[in-house]
Design a protein around this ligand. Structure first.
Ligand code: ADP
Ligand code: MG
Length: 323
């Protein structure tokens, strides 16, 4: 569809999207035709996911466009990571109020800076005028049958979390807090703006995981998705939850609670059979990685938390919900 942008749409696409796009041999043709043509190798399956980020809902229009684009990519790559697939292609549906050269330059820099370390190629999209919104559709691949779903967790499985939680949610709640140390604010904002999607766990997940999800809405909410899809329940060891040190510094006794409820970290939560615990730890070690075992899957539905004395409390599957 012809868009109504002031800057010539084709030169805009060439300058900001086509020219800087990473090239891949499996992109037979990408930006420039009416559709991209992509080659899926034999033995691989394709994973597709779409996420929309709307201005002043998912990000602030006042943010550096570099960060807006970077975060949009990571949010999408994280969905592919949660399936234990490797990302390869992305298309971008961009709606912008006007063709602001400076804004597009920063946006394009952030976009390509986030895509290139993963070797992801931008293969097409759409550019329209309207209120700022970014929709990315990402494609990933995994060997046949090796993808990991939310469904599949079994009673007795160990629950893992791939990194520290709570920092991004704390950054959101402290966006306007002037009394915070500048060094702390920078650390927290980096966690919010530049999350690192956990593609590095893909092969381990393909080998061992029974279920996985990325933590976008908070551990409680997202683990609850695994439980509902798998028809099981979960008990978290509250003392084992990896809470980001700055969350402890600023929230003290409420830190664990806050970190279970807060989203936006884009770490992974996954489950593995208890019998494979040592294999998981060894494989992670070999790859220079570490994950935290935080609880166990149980037959009884619902989410529970055990404190250090062993007392069990019921956890609400809180988290961010748009509706
Ligand atoms: P059409 O009118 O056939 O939909 P467009 O003018 O929208 O074609 O797009 C021309 C080419 O540029 C297409 O290959 C499309 O995939 C690509 N494209 C458009 N916008 C973007 C964008 N924001 N990022 C990447 N590719 C884009
Ligand atoms: Mg179009």
């Amino acid at each position: 569809m012809k868009s109504a942008l002031v800057m010539n749409e084709f030169s805009l696409i060439d300058v900001f999207f086509k020219t800087p796009a990473l090239q891949r041999d499996d992109v037979i043709y990408g930006i420039g035709d009416d559709a991209a043509c992509l080659q899926v190798p034999p033995g691989k399956q394709l994973f597709v996911s779409t996420d929309t980020l709307v201005a002043d809902v998912h990000f602030l229009s006042s943010w550096d466009p570099f960060d807006i684009a970077f975060r949009a990519v990571m949010v999408n790559v994280s969905d592919i990571a949660a399936m234990a697939a490797i990302p390869c292609w992305v298309s971008l549906a961009l709606t912008i109020p006007d063709a602001d050269f400076t804004w597009l330059t920063r946006f394009s820099e952030g976009l390509h800076a986030a895509l290139s370390p993963f070797g992801i190629s931008l293969i097409g999209g759409d550019t329209t005028r309207g209120p700022l919104s970014i929709t990315l559709t990402i494609h990933g691949m995994a060997p046949h049958g090796k993808g990991v779903r939310r469904k599949g967790a079994m009673p007795g499985d160990i629950i893992w979390v791939s990194g520290e939680l709570g920092a991004a949610a704390l950054a959101v709640s402290f966006l306007e807090r002037p009394d915070m140390a500048e060094t702390d604010r920078l650390v927290l904002m980096k966690k919010l703006l530049h999350p690192q999607a956990r593609i590095d766990l893909a092969v381990m997940l393909q080998r061992f995981a029974t279920a996985a999800i990325d933590i976008s809405d908070g551990l409680a909410a997202d683990l609850n998705h695994i439980c509902e899809a798998s028809g099981v329940g979960a008990c978290l060891s509250l003392a084992a939850i990896p809470v980001h040190p700055l969350v402890i510094k600023y929230l003290g006794d409420n830190a664990t609670d806050f970190s279970i409820g807060g989203g936006d970290d884009y770490e992974l939560c996954f489950t593995t059979p208890a019998s494979l615990y040592n294999d998981v730890v060894e494989t992670l070690n070999e790859d220079g990685l570490f994950c935290y075992s935080v609880g166990v899957i149980e037959e009884v539905p619902g989410l529970r938390g055990a404190d250090s004395r062993g007392d069990v409390i019921v956890l609400a599957p809180r988290g961010f919900s748009h509706f």
